[in-house]
Write a protein that binds this ligand. Sequence first.
Ligand SMILES: *[C@@H]1O[C@H](CO)[C@@H](O)[C@H](O)[C@H]1NC(C)=O
Ligand SMILES: *[C@@H]1O[C@H](CO)[C@@H](O)[C@H](O)[C@H]1NC(C)=O
Ligand SMILES: *[C@@H]1O[C@H](CO)[C@@H](O)[C@H](O)[C@H]1NC(C)=O
Ligand SMILES: *[C@@H]1O[C@H](CO)[C@@H](O)[C@H](O)[C@H]1NC(C)=O
Ligand SMILES: *[C@@H]1O[C@H](CO)[C@@H](O)[C@H](O)[C@H]1NC(C)=O
Ligand SMILES: *[C@@H]1O[C@H](CO)[C@@H](O)[C@H](O)[C@H]1NC(C)=O
Ligand SMILES: *[C@@H]1O[C@H](CO)[C@@H](O)[C@H](O)[C@H]1NC(C)=O
Ligand SMILES: *[C@@H]1O[C@H](CO)[C@@H](O)[C@H](O)[C@H]1NC(C)=O
Length: 479
Amino acid sequence: MRLELWLGSILFIFGSLSNVTVAFVGINIAGELSNLPSPEQVVAILRAHKITHVRLFNSDVRLINALSDTGIEVMISVANSDIMGIGKSPSAAASWINTHVAAFKPATNITAIAVGSEVISSTPTAVPFLVSAMNYLYKALLASNLNDVKVSTPLSMDLIPTPFPPSTATFNHSWNSTIYDILEFLKNSNSFYMLNAYPYKDYIQHNGVFPIQYALFQPLPVVKQIVDPNTLFHYESMLDAMVDATYYSIAACITPVIPIIVTETGWPWAGAANESAATVENAETFKNNLIKRVLTGSGPPSQPGILMNSYIFELFNEDDNRSYGVYFRNGSAVYSLDLGDSMENNTGGFCVARKGADPDGLQSGLNWACGQGQANCSAIQSGQPCYLPNTVQNHASYAYNDYYQRKRVEGATCDFGGTAIITNIDPSYGSCIFKGSSNSSAGRVSPPAFGPVGPTGSASPTHRVHEIGYLMLATLLFC
Ligand SMILES: *[C@@H]1O[C@H](CO)[C@@H](O)[C@H](O)[C@H]1NC(C)=O
Ligand SMILES: *[C@@H]1O[C@H](CO)[C@@H](O)[C@H](O)[C@H]1NC(C)=O
Ligand SMILES: *[C@@H]1O[C@H](CO)[C@@H](O)[C@H](O)[C@H]1NC(C)=O
Ligand SMILES: *[C@@H]1O[C@H](CO)[C@@H](O)[C@H](O)[C@H]1NC(C)=O
Ligand SMILES: *[C@@H]1O[C@H](CO)[C@@H](O)[C@H](O)[C@H]1NC(C)=O
Ligand SMILES: *[C@@H]1O[C@H](CO)[C@@H](O)[C@H](O)[C@H]1NC(C)=O
Ligand SMILES: *[C@@H]1O[C@H](CO)[C@@H](O)[C@H](O)[C@H]1NC(C)=O
Ligand SMILES: *[C@@H]1O[C@H](CO)[C@@H](O)[C@H](O)[C@H]1NC(C)=O
């Protein structure tokens, strides 16, 4: 196990998760599949929008088969009603893994299993079997040599009764021991925490307390900044605050940090008469701004180094009258999905400075790139097109990208001591053109090549932060 300290913040990244440096927004496919377009049509929609990650609620054989050889990463689900049986019997778990995972790998790239959905808040009778079900499934995966598949369970924000301010958030104490056992499991299996978080619901519940801009990732007026009084972190979006509330709640139970993936978030485009914020316009704004937010490559304020990768809820409308789907079930779009736009025309991505990265780390990354790394840094010299804004962040982005595009074929990674991130958004502006951009006269556009872009690699800078073991101060942990 390798421990690393990134960005000077207390952030442990374990094993293979240290390779997760590509930001993504995926999508949920829920509901009765019999009412949906055919699996082939569903996959055609996904591919047309360059969607790289899906979470399936129904482990439908035809859909899992249709997803084979698409390059799409698939998260499959255990139904809440199956948890008791699996949690009681290792052989039931082994048989579930055989029929739902082993049978499709490697053609379909199943990378995670969501065990149940919001089990603690929705199906209390299954709770006593939840952790043993996760354990048995995990052991069955290991026994089948499928150790690249992560096991976790999507949990609702409802488990955190007072999410604001994030720094004082804790899990509902009624569930102390279950939550502790889940976190222990996630830690020991190098998995991640699956969080379902809906700013829409919080916004509605708090009727008028939070401005809608906060829920929609829009800029807040100066007088309405949302600040955690203990940490003084400014929260630019409610989703950031929800994810941070979860990080703090986890930290109150267990060390080290367990990375969070947002397995559900979304905004309904229609609702009951008293839900006036449920409009197509708001739903589309939420979705577009979520994508922009996630693709900045930074985590929430307390964990800037951990991506806020998220799955939109959901691809197709279901029967209820609160409608989250981006598509009608007949296959026509409610509003434009555009998930792919930011991913389109990508040339393998741009390597830029991570938002919120430690300035000293950026400065040494910049020095390295322009020196030993042989990036062409003439464009960021005074008077040149990329000099302004004259910030370390901007100059490092340019230099990192130039280095990365030049040396990628030789195996260079986008790392720089954890201060760099791959993005699909072209950072070019005005006459400052980043290499790899479709505007670039530098020309040759290579095919998408998102290999594991990890913090290690042969051509990686050597000034990287020393590996440091960090001893958590003995705090009173409660959970
Ligand atoms: C499946 O996804 C993982 C994680 O991104 C990736 O490392 C692996 O190469 C993919 N496997 C296939 C067969 O595409
Ligand atoms: C905590 O969970 C219990 C059991 O579900 C519930 O009765 C209680 O209201 C919750 N407490 C808070 C503060 O939400
Ligand atoms: C939503 O569904 C409920 C229950 O089925 C119904 O009472 C209500 O009128 C519906 N609202 C709308 C806006 O359709
Ligand atoms: C809308 O009305 C329904 C009952 O018709 C109620 O259950 C719900 O809490 C209301 N929502 C809001 C945001 O007031
Ligand atoms: C699909 O369904 C929606 C909602 O029922 C409807 O407005 C739309 O016209 C339908 N599209 C097609 C092509 O049938
Ligand atoms: C992608 O390329 C196509 C064709 O070259 C172009 O029409 C489209 O605008 C590009 N999209 C983006 C987001 O640059
Ligand atoms: C460096 O980049 C500048 C443009 O920013 C270009 O004019 C110059 O030729 C480049 N130098 C080398 C050695 O590639
Ligand atoms: C949960 O933990 C807290 C803090 O240690 C403690 O005050 C509370 O009594 C515990 N609740 C239960 C139900 O064990």
